[in-house]
Unconditional design. Structure first.
Lengths: 110, 120
């Protein structure tokens, strides 16, 4: 994986967690970032696109932002159903590199 | 609403071949970029390959020369032909659609995935 994320974050129900995603000038620094949620045993699901936009059906408890070569996902009002792995992702400027994902962050609801 | 359904996974010996299929519905793959992503057991997501709507294809260095992405627009099906398989190709393989109408080209549709196990 090319994009760095913390391995895990945790918080109690109702609290907020922040997940960082650090890249380089050829990916995060020059491209829009997306975020994906992967529940245990399931396929990834798009949560955030274009740094901060939510697809239809995604609650506004999930928010994204980007500054420079880093992006951030915030999950507010944490719920037990939010326990999952979260990945950031973006296209790299190099065609041979293609789409790059973050290392993934496990969110645990205490 | 689009849907993707993969098939063709299974157990194959090292050095063997396998072809994965991804049947799309709700949109035309010929009008879209399509991509394959894989996830080794207990690991993160890894991009594998992409085919542009116009036809060009690109591959991750880890599969270049061994995997081939293609499509059949008449059946709206995406394929991944895998050859010279190695143990480290063992993974769940997902097909996904990059939505190129968005600046991010985010992967908005994903299949459920299909498991490929390379083992003797």
């Amino acid at each position: 994986s090319v994009l760095a994320q913390p391995p895990s974050v945790s918080a109690a129900p109702g609290q907020s967690v922040t997940i960082s995603c650090s890249g380089t000038a050829s990916n995060v620094g020059s491209r829009f970032v997306s975020w994906y949620q992967q529940l245990p045993g399931r396929a990834p699901k798009l949560l955030i696109y274009d740094n901060e936009k939510r697809p239809s059906g995604i609650p506004d408890r999930f928010s994204g932002s980007k500054s420079g070569m880093s992006a951030t996902l915030v999950i507010a009002g944490l719920q037990t159903g939010d326990e999952a792995d979260y990945y950031c992702g973006t296209w790299d400027s190099s065609l041979s590199t293609g789409y790059v994902f973050g290392t993934g962050t496990k969110v645990t609801v205490l | 609403e689009g849907e993707l359904v993969e098939s063709g996974g299974g157990v194959v010996q090292p050095g063997g071949s396998l072809r994965l299929s991804c049947a799309a519905s709700g949109f035309s793959i010929s009008d879209n970029y399509m991509t394959w992503v894989r996830q080794a057991p207990g690991k993160g997501l890894e991009w594998v390959s992409i085919i542009y709507s116009g036809g060009p294809t690109y591959y991750a260095d880890s599969v270049k020369g061994r995997f081939t992405i293609s499509r059949d627009t008449s059946s709206n099906t995406l394929y991944l032909q895998m050859q010279s398989l190695r143990a480290d190709d063992t993974a769940v393989y997902y097909c996904a659609r990059p939505n190129m109408k968005w600046g991010s080209g985010a992967l908005d549709y994903w299949g459920r995935g299909v498991l490929v196990t390379v083992s003797s």
